[in-house]
Write a protein that binds this ligand. Structure first.
Ligand code: SAH
Length: 219
């Protein structure tokens, strides 16, 4: 990554910390913590997104634009940042404009279930951080992805049970785990795990289910 990209990524963090005083976007309120827990953490999935098929990238439940904006800047991919909360996507519209990213980054104000209808099978790669458990992410992502497209899940802790349940649903949802990497951030103590799913088949049920079902009535 070059200096311009680094500068843009840091400015995104500054703008979010500033906007956070008015709009609730993140628990993190210092640049120091943000550099670790937002910037470094967001970029920790760079190798996974670079290994994914070329094409449209989407960040599901983007909040303040993490990991979506740092990854859009680092990769230059055409990017859609999706969140159901309008005041969050509105802040991001301002950030995109300020950073001069409008040519390749835009927001989607709406639920992922609606994104899956409006941009059906359109995405080559998706990310999700701090959104839902793995099986729910698989269900939400599947109808958004093209065949061979990948879902990169940013996780802190994953229980054996959560992972087992995700594995059980692989065939049903047409999504299977293709990589799983655990590591620690540069503070030496923040544990992270990145699990990547690939859409390898058509799901065995019609997706998306009704709005809210994936999260409220998980499979
Ligand atoms: N990815 C960000 C924010 C995580 S909080 C980060 O890691 O910092 C989860 C976000 O997902 C919230 O902003 C919430 O509004 C959004 N969200 C939750 N369910 C959603 C859904 N079904 N569709 C769209 N956005 C959703």
């Amino acid at each position: 990554m070059n200096e311009t990209q680094q500068r843009l990524i840091e400015r995104h963090l500054d703008l979010i910390i500033e906007a956070n005083k008015i709009t609730n976007l993140t628990r993190i309120d210092s640049v120091e913590d943000g550099m670790l827990l937002h910037v470094e953490d967001s970029l920790s999935g760079l190798q996974e997104i670079q290994a994914a098929p070329e094409g449209l990238y989407g960040d599901l439940g983007t909040g303040g634009g993490f990991p979506g904006i740092p990854l859009a800047i680092a990769t230059g991919r055409q990017t859609i940042l999706a969140d159901s909360v309008g005041k969050k996507t509105k802040v991001l519209d301002g950030v995109i404009e300020d950073l001069g990213l409008s040519d390749h980054v835009s927001t989607y104000h709406g639920r992922i279930e609606d994104l899956a209808v409006d941009h059906r099978f359109a995405f080559s790669v998706l990310t999700a951080r701090a959104l839902s458990q793995l099986s729910i992410l698989m269900e939400l992502a599947s109808p958004c992805l093209k065949m061979g497209g990948q879902l990169i899940c940013y996780k802190a802790n994953v229980s054996e049970e959560e992972l087992e349940h995700a594995r059980e649903l692989e065939k049903k949802l047409g999504m299977k785990i293709v990589s799983d990497r655990s590591f620690t951030l540069s503070d030496g103590q923040t544990n992270r795990r990145i699990i990547v799913f690939e859409k390898f088949a058509k799901p065995k049920l019609s997706l998306p289910r009704k709005v809210g079902f994936a999260q409220k009535k998980p499979l």
